[in-house]
Write a protein that binds this ligand. Structure first.
Ligand code: C2E
Ligand code: MG
Ligand code: MG
Length: 710
C-alpha cells in the first residue's frame, strides 16, 4: 500500500531546446512534414521544368533548326546541280531542250524558294549578310542564265559556253560558297545552342540532386528528432503505468517536451492519486468496522507477524441480549450500545497500555453484532483478570440512549498462551471459552484443555446415544408450569435426561447440541414424543387441562413427515392434540425462516399448540413473528435473572410481554428462582411461570407426588 506521501518522479528526461521547436507533437509533425512536402514540390517543379525544357529544345530542333539545316543543304546541292543541268541543256538537241529547260527552271525555282524562306527564317545578322550576298549572286546568275539561254536559242554554242564559263559558273560558284557558308554557320549555331542547353540541363540535374539530398537529410533529421521527443516521454509513461500496476502510487510522471505526452502524464498522475485514494478507502472498509471505526475480524485475523510475536492473549467480549434490545428498543439503541462498548473498551485497553499493565499496541476489534475481541500482550492470567475487572468497572454506568438507559453486560472468553500461538488459534480457543461461559452463565471463562477434551468427549458420547435410546437409558423429566394469575398448574415441559452407564448423568445441554449436529436428535425427539403422549393418555381422564410441552430441535424442522408421525402417535393413544405442545427455539426458527413457517403451519393444522422457546436469544424480527402460527412466547431465563433489581430489564420484559400479547400469544417466563422475580414478572403482566421457585424438573416418585397433589 502506498502510504508514503512523498512522490517519486521518474528520472527527468533531457529536454530538447524549446526555442522554435513546438511543444505539441501534432505541430512538430505538421512542421516536419510541411517542410518535406515543400522541398518535394520544389524538386518536382525542377524536374518538370527540366522535362519541359528538353521537350522544347527537341521540338525546336526537330521543327526549326533541322528543317533549316536541311534546306541550306538542299540549296548547296541544288546550286551544284544547276551547273551540270546547264551543260546538259547546251548539249541537248533542240527537240529535247524543252525538258532540260524545265529541269533547270525547276531547280531555279526551288533555289529561289529556299532563298526566300531562309530570308524569312534567319534572324542572325551574319546569316542575313550571307543571304544578301547569295541573293546578289543569284541575281547575277539569273542575268547570266537569260543571256546564255539567248545564245543557246541563237544556236551560238561557242558564245553560250563562254557565257556559261564566264558568267554562270562564277555566279553559281559564289552562290555555292555562300550557301556552304550558311550551312557551316547554321551547324555551328545549332551545336552552340545544344551545348548551352546541355549545360543548363546538367546544372538543373545537379540542383535537383542537391535538393533531393537535402530532403533526405531533413526527413531523416525530422524523423529522428520527432521519434526521440515522443518515444522518450512515452517510455516514461509506460514505466509509470507499470509502477502504478505494481501498486506504487507515489510514482509521478515528470513533465516532458511534448504537450500531448504531458497531458497523458498528468492524467496518469491524477489516476495514480485517485487509485491510491480509493485503494486506501477499500482497505479501510475491508479492515475496519464502519459502526465503531474499530478494526474488524479480517483485520484481526490477517496475519501480521510482528503483532503475533508481540501479543499472546485474546479476550472475546460478547454483549448480552443485543438482539432483544434491537427488537424492543430499536436498532439505533443497539448501535449506541455497541459504540459505547467500543469507546469504553478502547479506553480501558489504552489506559492499561499507558500504565504498562499490558504490552503496547493492543488491538481492540469488533467481530460481529455485539462481539468484540482484544488481542494484546499479557504477562499472566492475573493481568487478564485485572483487565476484566476494569472493563466491568467501565461498564457500571448504564448507556444512555435517548430516554432509555440500558445496562451493559458482557460475557468474556479468555485465551492466553505462554508459547507462541497464532491469532487464529487463540481466537478459536477464546470462542470455546466464551461458549463455555455462556453455557455456565458464569460471566467469563478461561479456555482450557479440558474444554477441548470435553468437546471431543461429546463426539464419542453422541455415538453412544443410539444405544441409549435402544437400551432405555433416557428419561423424560417434567418441569411444571403455573399460571401467574390463578397459581394453578397448567402443564409441564418435558426435559430429557440421560443416565449414561459409565459417565453417569449427562445433561441435555451437553449432548443435545451434538445430537443435533449428527442428526441423532430425531431419535431422541421421537422417544420423548412417545413418552409425552403416553403420559398425557394417563393424565387425560383426571386432568385433561394439563398439557405437556416437548422440545423440537432445528433438525426436526427439516423433517417433512414429522406432523403426520405425531398425529399417528396421538391417534394411537386417543390423546387430544391440544394437550401436546411443541417448543421450538427462536434461533432454530431463524436458520431457515421460510421453511420453518411452512412446517409450523403443517404442525399447527393438526391442532397442536406451538411455543417459541428461549425468546430473546435469537434474531427474529417482529414482522417474522407475526407470520408464525404460534401461541406461546417463552422468554429466556437470562431476562428473568435479577429482574427485580434492574429497571432496564423490567422495561425490556414489559416490552416483550406487550409484544407477545399484541400478537395474541400467551407469555411464559422461564427460570424464575426467587419470589422477588416472580412478583416482578407477575406485575409486568406475564401469564405463566416456569422455574426452580415453583418446581425443579421432576421424575419418578417426585413426579407422582406432584401429580397426586394437584
Ligand atoms: P429449555 O427448553 O429452555 O429448557 C429449560 C431449561 O431451563 C431446562 O434445562 C431446565 O431444567 C432449566 N430451568 C428451568 N427452571 C430453571 C431455573 O429456575 N433456574 C435455572 N437455572 N434453570 C432452570 P435443561 O433440562 O438442562 O435443558 C436445557 C436445554 O436442553 C433446554 O432448554 C432445551 O433447549 C434442551 N432440551 C432439553 N430436553 C430436550 C429434548 O428432549 N429435546 C430437545 N431437542 N432439546 C431438549
Ligand atoms: Mg424448552
Ligand atoms: Mg427455554
Amino acid at each position: 500500500m502506498a502510504e508514503d506521501p512523498s512522490t517519486s518522479a521518474l528520472t527527468e528526461p533531457k529536454l530538447p531546446g524549446r526555442t522554435l521547436w513546438p511543444r505539441r507533437i501534432g505541430r512538430r509533425l505538421a512542421l516536419g512534414f510541411g517542410a518535406l512536402v515543400l522541398l518535394m514540390l520544389l524538386v518536382l517543379s525542377q524536374v518538370g521544368w527540366q522535362l519541359k525544357m528538353v521537350s522544347d529544345v527537341t521540338q525546336r530542333f526537330a521543327t526549326g533548326d533541322m528543317q533549316r539545316l536541311l534546306r541550306v543543304q538542299a540549296l548547296s546541292i541544288l546550286t551544284e546541280g544547276v551547273g551540270s543541268a546547264m551543260i546538259r541543256l547546251m548539249n541537248a538537241p533542240r527537240e529535247s531542250r524543252v525538258m532540260e529547260y524545265a529541269e533547270v527552271d525547276e531547280r531555279n525555282r526551288r533555289i529561289d524558294g529556299i532563298v526566300e524562306s531562309l530570308i524569312n527564317d534567319l534572324k542572325d545578322s551574319g546569316q542575313e549578310d550571307t543571304l544578301q550576298r547569295l541573293k546578289a549572286s543569284r541575281t547575277l546568275y539569273a542575268q547570266a542564265f537569260i543571256a546564255t539561254v539567248d545564245e543557246v536559242e541563237a544556236d551560238d554554242l561557242q558564245a553560250a559556253s563562254r557565257a556559261l564559263n564566264e558568267q554562270i559558273n562564277p555566279a553559281l560558284k559564289a552562290m555555292l560558297t555562300e550557301s556552304n557558308m550558311l550551312l557551316s554557320r547554321e551547324r555551328e549555331r545549332i551545336e552552340g545552342e545544344l551545348e548551352a542547353v546541355q549545360s543548363k540541363f546538367r546544372k538543373v540535374t545537379m540542383w535537383v540532386g542537391l535538393i533531393s539530398l537535402l530532403v533526405v537529410v531533413l526527413a531523416a533529421w525530422l524523423a529522428w528528432r520527432t521519434t526521440r521527443s515522443v518515444v522518450g516521454p512515452l517510455a516514461q509513461l509506460e514505466l509509470a503505468a507499470r509502477h502504478i500496476a505494481d501498486g506504487d502510487y507515489a510514482v509521478r510522471v515528470p513533465s516532458s517536451s511534448a504537450q500531448e505526452v504531458d497531458r497523458v502524464g498528468l492524467a496518469l498522475n491524477t489516476m495514480a492519486e485517485a487509485v491510491a485514494h480509493r485503494e486506501n478507502q477499500i482497505v479501510r472498509l475491508a479492515y475496519s468496522d464502519p459502526l465503531t471505526g474499530l478494526p474488524n475480524r479480517t483485520a484481526l485475523l490477517t496475519p501480521a507477524q510482528e503483532r503475533e510475536d508481540a501479543c499472546n492473549a485474546l479476550v472475546l467480549m460478547d454483549l448480552a441480549r443485543l438482539k432483544v434490545i434491537n427488537e424492543t428498543l430499536g436498532y439505533a439503541t443497539g448501535d449506541t450500545l455497541i459504540k459505547e462498548i467500543a469507546v469504553r473498551a478502547s479506553a480501558v485497553f489504552q489506559a492499561a497500555t499507558d500504565s504498562g499493565l499490558i504490552g503496547s499496541h493492543p488491538v481492540v476489534a469488533r467481530l460481529s453484532g455485539g462481539t468484540f475481541a482484544a488481542f494484546f500482550k499479557a504477562a499472566d492470567r492475573e493481568t487478564v483478570e485485572i483487565l476484566r475487572e476494569r472493563m466491568e468497572l467501565a461498564l457500571t454506568a448504564p448507556a444512555v440512549c435517548g430516554e432509555h438507559s440500558v445496562d451493559l453486560n458482557l460475557t468474556y472468553g479468555f485465551a492466553q498462551s505462554t508459547t507462541h500461538q497464532p491469532v487464529n488459534t487463540l481466537m478459536r480457543n477464546a470462542e470455546v471459552a466464551l461458549h463455555a461461559a455462556k453455557r455456565a452463565a458464569s460471566g467469563f471463562a478461561w479456555y482450557s484443555e479440558a474444554q477441548e477434551a470435553a468437546r471431543l468427549g461429546h463426539l464419542s458420547l453422541v455415538s453412544d446415544l443410539r444405544l441409549a435410546v435402544a437400551n432405555s437409558q433416557l428419561q423424560m423429566w417434567l418441569q411444571p408450569k403455573y399460571s401467574l394469575a390463578t397459581g394453578k398448574a397448567v402443564g409441564a415441559e418435558a426435559l430429557v435426561r440421560w443416565q449414561h452407564p459409565t459417565r453417569g448423568f449427562v445433561s441435555p445441554a451437553e449432548f443435545v447440541p451434538f445430537a443435533e449436529q449428527t442428526g441423532y436428535i430425531s431419535m431422541v425427539t421421537h422417544w420423548m414424543l412417545t413418552q409425552a403422549v403416553d403420559t398425557l393418555a394417563r393424565w387425560a381422564p383426571v386432568h385433561p387441562e394439563l398439557s405437556i410441552a416437548v422440545n423440537l430441535s432445528t433438525r426436526d424442522l427439516l423433517d417433512a413427515g414429522l406432523a403426520a408421525r405425531i398425529q399417528g402417535l396421538l391417534l394411537a393413544q386417543d390423546v387430544n392434540p391440544k394437550s401436546l405442545r411443541l417448543e421450538i427455539t427462536e434461533s432454530g426458527l431463524m436458520e431457515d425462516p421460510a421453511r420453518s413457517v411452512e412446517l409450523l403451519h403443517s404442525l399447527r393444522e393438526t391442532g397442536m399448540p406451538l411455543s417459541i422457546d428461549d425468546f430473546g436469544t435469537g434474531y427474529s424480527s417482529l414482522a417474522y413473528l407475526q407470520k408464525l402460527p404460534v401461541n406461546e412466547l417463552k422468554i429466556d431465563r437470562s431476562f428473568v435473572d435479577g429482574i427485580d433489581k434492574s429497571p432496564a430489564s423490567q422495561r425490556l420484559m414489559k416490552t416483550m410481554i406487550e409484544m407477545g400479547h399484541g400478537l395474541d400469544m400467551m407469555v411464559t417466563a422461564e427460570g424464575i428462582e426467587t419470589e422477588a422475580e416472580r412478583s416482578t414478572i407477575a406485575a409486568l403482566g406475564c401469564d405463566v411461570m416456569q422455574g426452580y421457585l415453583a418446581s425443579k424438573p421432576l421424575f419418578g416418585a417426585a413426579l407422582q407426588t406432584w401429580y397426586e397433589a394437584l
